[in-house]
Design a protein around this ligand. Structure first.
Ligand SMILES: C[S@@+](CC[C@H](N)C(=O)[O-])C[C@H]1O[C@@H](n2cnc3c(N)ncnc32)[C@H](O)[C@@H]1O
Length: 270
């Protein structure tokens, strides 16, 4: 049996009691645990979480895992992936991690510089290179700072894409004002609020789906047979299907329900 001093040296290093007290105080003030701990599990990954970037949610984790199992890319025919509103980079990083090496080149676009920094740090943490052409035998994730509304954005990406994913901001204004302080006081409103004044469907949280549909309608953006997967909020799936039909010309759609019984993803096949 080892001596007590050996037990002491075997103890994993963790926060000391004063750090623990500070963490507890932050939690009691309502700060999300993931920001206090600095990490969030997402499938088999452990991703960095820093305010104000949206903490990846279990619903998003669930459909990303399902999407990863639905598509089987091969290194002999690599797939191009575009993740709009990438935040922490959770969606493309999980796909890059799960799919075979050399089968995936993913781009992730976000308007927030802090999000792009976090996505880049997360790629390093997951050992996924962030430069296109880095190594043909590895999956690559390229974070791109950009605004979905910018008509020049496509020039910075390598279209056409086989898979487009997005978890855009979709909370309607009247719901946003009622969100708990642990969300509203810590997470970027740009990551949550789905209403923009110029949108044709004001107050329904659908502004970003109109922007995404216009983006998808651009010539040569989607490869034939491409898959588009858009996360949606409560009771938005039907409207999002219509927006994709009318503004992106994507008529072949289906809805995925999450394990909590909510319609969570609109999937479209080009
Ligand atoms: C709901 S969060 C999703 C983050 C991440 N994909 C996830 O699932 O956890 C939406 C993200 O959209 C970004 N965003 C908001 N407006 C944008 C715009 N006009 N262009 C690009 N990204 C935008 C926000 O900065 C935020 O990171």
């Amino acid at each position: 049996m080892p001596s007590p001093s050996v037990w002491h040296s075997l103890k994993p290093s963790g926060p000391n009691s004063s750090q623990l007290r500070q963490m507890l105080e932050r939690r009691l003030r309502g700060e999300p645990l993931q920001y206090i701990l600095g990490t969030t599990p997402f499938g088999p990954l452990s991703l960095l979480s820093r305010p104000p970037i949206l903490i990846p949610r279990p619903e998003t984790e669930d459909w990303t895992l399902r999407l990863a199992n639905t598509i089987s890319p091969k290194s002999s025919r690599p797939l191009s992936v575009l993740d709009l509103c990438t935040g922490s980079g959770c969606i493309p990083l999980l796909l890059c991690h799960l799919w075979p090496p050399g089968s995936t080149l993913a781009f992730g676009v976000d308007i927030s510089e802090q999000a792009i920094e976090l996505a880049t740090d997360n790629a390093a943490r997951c050992n996924i290179p962030t430069r296109s052409g880095a190594d043909a035998l590895r999956n690559v994730f390229v974070p791109v700072l950009g605004d979905l509304r910018d008509t020049n954005l496509l020039k910075e990406l390598e279209a056409p894409f086989d898979v487009v994913t997005a978890n855009p901001p979709y909370v309607p204004m009247q719901e946003y004002v009622r969100l708990p302080p642990s969300v509203k006081d810590y997470e970027d409103p740009r990551a949550l609020l789905g209403d923009m004044p110029e949108s044709p469907t004001q107050n329904a949280g659908l502004s970003f789906y109109h922007i995404i549909a216009r983006f998808l309608a651009q010539k040569d953006l989607l490869r034939d047979g491409a898959i588009v997967a858009l996360e949606v909020g409560d009771r938005q799936a039907g409207d999002v299907e219509k927006i994709l039909h009318c503004s992106a010309g994507l008529r072949n759609t289906e809805i995925w329900t999450d394990p909590w019984g909510k319609q969570r993803v609109v999937l479209a096949h080009a």
